[in-house]
Design a protein around this ligand. Sequence first.
Ligand SMILES: [Fe+2]
Length: 355
Amino acid sequence: MTSAETTSTIPTIDLSAIVQSEDPAVRKAKAIEFVEAVHVHGACGIVGHGISVERLREAFKWSEKFFNLPTDVKNKAPHPKGMVPHRGYSGFNTEKCLIYTEEELASMSGELSKDSGKALDFKEHYDIGSEEEKVHYNLWIPDEDLPGFRNFMLDFFWEFESLSKLVLDALLEGLEIDKAATDYYRSIHTGHQNGIRPIHYPPINESMIDRESLTWCPTHTDFTSFTLLAQDLASGLEIEDRKNPGTFFKATTDIEDRLYLTIGDHMDTWTNGYLPGSKHRVVIPPPKDGSKVTPKRFSMPYFVTARHDGVLEPQHTGKAAEMPEGKYKKMTVAEHIEFRMKYQYTDIGDEEASS
Ligand SMILES: [Fe+2]
């Protein structure tokens, strides 16, 4: 890679005390530990979250079955040109990932990565959300083409929605921000604006890869509140070490059911930077066992986004009071998404970069 070598790991938090305990003191202690872990890098691993290994494996089986379908079947639910609805199947070379300008990033306190302009546009994904969302309505392939897929994915979406609420509640409890502001922030997370995206990165011949400059997805932040990432055993996600900018932690897959939480721009703004937006990238895993091709990779980010008319006002109480004032501007979720969309993508657009 062009930037510094990856380092070992980021913290992993066991959320089982929050999932299982009714004791407010136990839950509060864990919430504070959780917030302090995320405060450092804007990201952490999470285990004990209540979604079983078996369930995650089942989800990746469905994902693989879907991507194994003939292209003409997958294209029965094509992602439309433009942003509405932000749903359906995006095949290879349909997404042109560009990074925002240096000036725009500077205004967001971000930095332009050395490799940010170069990404290997060779993946396919499928965007799914709430059936009750009227603007970004779901686009499905006919059920007879993959019986059971739609029902499974909808159930799985709502399982992740329950987990995302638990995560949000824990973060809000640990942040100790003013109650009225916290209640408002919680209220704009209805679940219906969330999305799940099975992604397939196919194998590629190593000889085609310029590892000095190419990544599956260049360094970026997500324009969400936060993202929960499930990935199969082929790793690739790397999360920036905020204490050593330009160096990255590998999001390792040695614990199969570990999910990775990355904070997005919206929670970064609302917490006045106390929970900073995670900069992350996806690198192409090296071939294994003497093979000339890289392993295929499946991942499944769950994007948690607030209502688009939600107001992101930087907070100055609780933990957020520890951060300097004046870095962030008040804006709506829609305004921020529009701002990022303008610079990050062409063609179909993409509400959140992939992971
Ligand atoms: Fe991302």
